[in-house]
Design a protein around this ligand. Sequence first.
Ligand SMILES: [Zn+2]
Length: 414
Amino acid sequence: MTQLLLTDISKLYRISTQGEAFKKGTDMADAAMLESAYVYIVDDTIKAVGSMATLQPRAYRGAERIDCKGKLVLPGFVDSHTHLVFPKTREQEFVYRLKGMSYEEIARKGGGILNSAKSLAHISEEQLLEETIERAKEIMGFGTTTVEIKSGYGLTVESELKLLRVANALKEHVPLNIKTTFLGAHAIPANYKNDRQQYIDLVCDVMLPQVVDQNLAEFIDVFCDEGFFTVEETEYIIKKGAKYGLGAKIHANELAFSGGVQVGVKCNAISVDHLERSGPDEIEALVGSTTVPTLLPSVAYFLGIDYGPAREMMEAGLPVTLATDYNPGSSPGGSMPFVMSLACTHMNMLPEEALCASTLNGAWALRMSEKVGSIEPGKQADLVVTQPLDSFARIPYSYASNLIDRVMIKGEWV
Ligand SMILES: [Zn+2]
């Protein structure tokens, strides 16, 4: 049995204290912060949390003490939307875009998702895993302790399975909590352009049964947007996934008012993600539903498009969630602190709201809030210890500094 006692924590951001699964709207601003606090951990579990004034040192005699004087302790960040397994960065397309080339022109030069799909066919599974391990270590350094990883750069049976095998194999190499999502419906490959249904059948009737058989994914995702999959196609694919018990997450409303949000709500999707193109109709559809709105502000930053209406969503009482969408095309970065900074500077969120959206609400978007997302007795010991700081606001404020001192996953420092 390993016992740890983090003492003299200047500010402990618990996020929740009553085992709430998520927080919504204005409740998100209350980070349940405790000054001068301690956290007691046994093996991988948080056993007690309290104020230093009430600490009974004798009760924790066998524990290793870790002095956190001046420092903040936060729940580990939950990045509920990434494409962490990908074959190659695409900076050449970035330069084309800077030179004024349109998305279509770049696609004609072999760019976009189909570019990644081509590279993926040529990379070995070992190399793909090696590169993914490096990326995983990088995001742990930014404070991420739980990550969702999607397939979607394969677009063939073999390559989609390869991506998901690598995402699952990653669990053996890094301590991150990992959830996987099957996104065979990320784009229509060029050779199916004239017969979309044939590709959709391949996704639903060939790939999906194998993904389930080999236990490679827990969720299914569809890119429901202009130029990708229609609302009808999305519903068809999501329902096929539901037959196998896969919860749905949808790429919705990034490029257009696509109806992706509405179809997500209709199908009881766990989350609808992106939402850069959302207005009152989308918000109204989400109110009263169980579907979580997940915003990805680093996509808006990198592509120079509109940011999602986070403030309006919170005012409507929605449980806004934040994630990086780490991928080689539209968000080539996996820093949750940077995402939180963008949420504050461009989406009008308060620092504590951004923190809740990046911890507890992210956990809910992965159906993991019983285990992670807040600092409460009974939860897994996934923590971020910062450098000495006055308050959490310093993290989104100093957007280019890494102010994280140490990261703990399952009770062990990483
Ligand atoms: Zn994505």
